[in-house]
Design a protein around this ligand. Structure first.
Ligand code: ADE
Ligand code: ZN
Length: 327
């Protein structure tokens, strides 16, 4: 109704979206046919029916398989261009987009193919959609730090095409400390730093991402509420959490949206934002995340809608002057 209209119409930034997670089943099948790749599912409907996840790993298995249809620079462009148009329709005015190069280079797709396709979409988005967007390179934490360092080397010739680095994939058993030297190097290079932490992993992974990786923003971070001192620190230092409500329910971090802790995070003064994570897999893009969450949590009203939009700009990596204009 009225609140839904405000949520959908208000300008906002999206800070946690994996571009490979925006690959819709229709595009997966179209690219598979074009590139001569055999899929494990006979139809779009059968693929979609497989999107019944029990935890993060059960999702990642299907997500990495889906990304296997991407071969050419145009494939990466088409995927990102499609996301940017959907984001525009949701009144996203700024997006910081994750990509997982190791998923592609491990299959023999050159790093240049990946980033040139994505960068072309980002630039066209700025020009044609008036949507500001930038790329964040994510390292896969289930792989070794040496593999991540090798990826960083491959990426450096394209340093001007991404603003920072992140850490994603299976969290349990792959703690922040595994990548301390890598993140120290990225920091020296002037890259912005973010990390997934406290999605499936414990609250200590959030503290460690801050202390050992110097992460400037935490992706998910919802398990911080298990550590009241950590919550106080996040609030005092205004360290943002990029929360993804529909993702959290699909991956069983919360049993249902009505049990989500977003309202409690905001009430505790944490700079939380709403994001879509992997919208093609989790049932909706950004506005759907907003409306479903506000429907499920009666504590959220117009004041929180405004706060969440404001937080999304405050937590973004755009220049201070631009951020002030948006806020
Ligand atoms: N890669 C894509 N989505 C992810 C998530 N929610 N957590 C960790 N890695 C991911
Ligand atoms: Zn994520």
């Amino acid at each position: 109704q009225e609140l839904a209209g405000i949520l959908c119409r208000m300008p906002k930034a999206e800070l946690h979206i994996h571009i490979e997670g925006s690959l819709e089943p229709e595009l997966i099948f179209a690219l598979a046919r074009k590139n001569g790749i055999e899929l494990a599912y006979p139809s779009i409907e059968a693929l979609r029916a497989a999107y019944a996840f029990t935890d993060l790993q059960s999702f990642l298995d299907i997500y990495y398989a889906g990304a296997g249809v991407l071969q050419t620079e145009d494939d990466f462009f088409d995927m990102a261009w499609s996301y940017l148009n959907r984001a525009k329709a949701d009144n996203v005015i700024h997006a910081e987009i994750f990509f997982d190069p190791q998923t592609h280079t491990a299959r023999g797709v050159p790093f240049a193919t990946v980033i040139n396709g994505l960068d072309r979409a980002v630039r066209r988005g700025r020009e044609e959609l008036g949507l500001s967007a930038s790329l964040i390179l994510c390292f896969l934490r289930h792989l070794s730090e040496a593999d991540a360092f090798a990826t960083l080397e491959e990426a450096l010739p394209f340093r001007d095409k991404f603003i920072g680095v992140g850490l994603d994939s299976g969290e349990r058993g792959n703690p922040p400390e595994k990548f301390a030297a890598l993140f120290a190097r990225c920091r020296e290079l002037g890259l912005r730093l973010v990390a997934h932490a406290g999605e499936e992993g414990p609250a200590s992974y959030i503290s460690d991402a801050l202390d050992l990786l110097q992460a400037e923003r935490i992706d998910h971070g919802v398990r911080c509420l298990e550590d009241p001192q950590l919550v106080a620190r996040l609030a005092a230092q205004r360290i943002a959490l990029t929360v993804c409500p529909l993702s959290n329910v699909k991956l069983a971090v919360f049993p249902e949206l009505g049990h989500h802790n977003l309202a409690r995070l905001l009430a505790a003064g944490v700079v939380a934002t709403i994001n879509s994570d992997d919208p093609a897999y989790f049932g909706g893009y950004l506005n759907r995340n907003f409306t479903a969450t506000f429907d499920a949590l009666p504590e959220l009203g117009a004041r929180e809608a405004y706060l969440l939009a404001r937080n999304s700009f405050e937590a973004s990596f755009v220049a201070e002057e631009t951020r002030k204009e948006w806020i």
